[in-house]
Design a protein around this ligand. Structure first.
Ligand code: ZN
Length: 143
């Protein structure tokens, strides 16, 4: 999903996802990989937690399945919409299970095992109060 303003705003944090525009290829999560341990990480740490070798940058892909989730209906932080969802996603490309934000427009469609893909859009604000681009997972099935 590419919303208006996506190309003008800064990411909530550098190095979490490929930068826009997404006209040629969809956004992808960025993380780390330790060749020695064959272990992916998200976000990318400087050193592997197992062997302490430096971790190289790696694309973690953009698709996965929702392992588990919850919908939060209390007052949200960082200008997020209310309600919003968070959950664990098993990434297709690398097998890593990561915790992330879920599409606030799809909280009523969330279910365990749902195929999801990464989206990046203006969503909420960063720690300084600036509107920002934020990655979240959205259902792959049509609305
Ligand atoms: Zn390692």
């Amino acid at each position: 999903m590419v919303k208006e303003g996506t190309n003008r705003l800064s990411p909530v944090e550098e190095g979490l996802f490929t930068p826009p525009p997404y006209t040629e290829s969809p956004p992808k999560l960025l993380g780390g990989y330790c060749r020695k341990c064959r272990q992916h990480y998200f976000p990318r740490p400087r050193h592997c937690r197992r062997c302490l070798d430096p971790v190289e940058g790696a694309s973690l892909g953009s698709e996965g399945k929702l392992y588990s989730f919850t919908v939060i209906r209390t007052r949200p932080p960082l200008g997020l919409p209310q309600p919003y969802g968070v959950g664990y996603v098993d990434l297709e490309e690398c097998g890593l299970r990561i915790f992330g934000l879920l599409d606030p427009g799809a909280v009523d469609r969330l279910r365990i095992g749902l195929p999801v893909r990464l989206a990046v859009a203006p969503l909420g604000h960063d720690a300084r109060g600036e509107r920002c681009l934020r990655p979240y997972f959205t259902p792959m099935e049509a609305d």
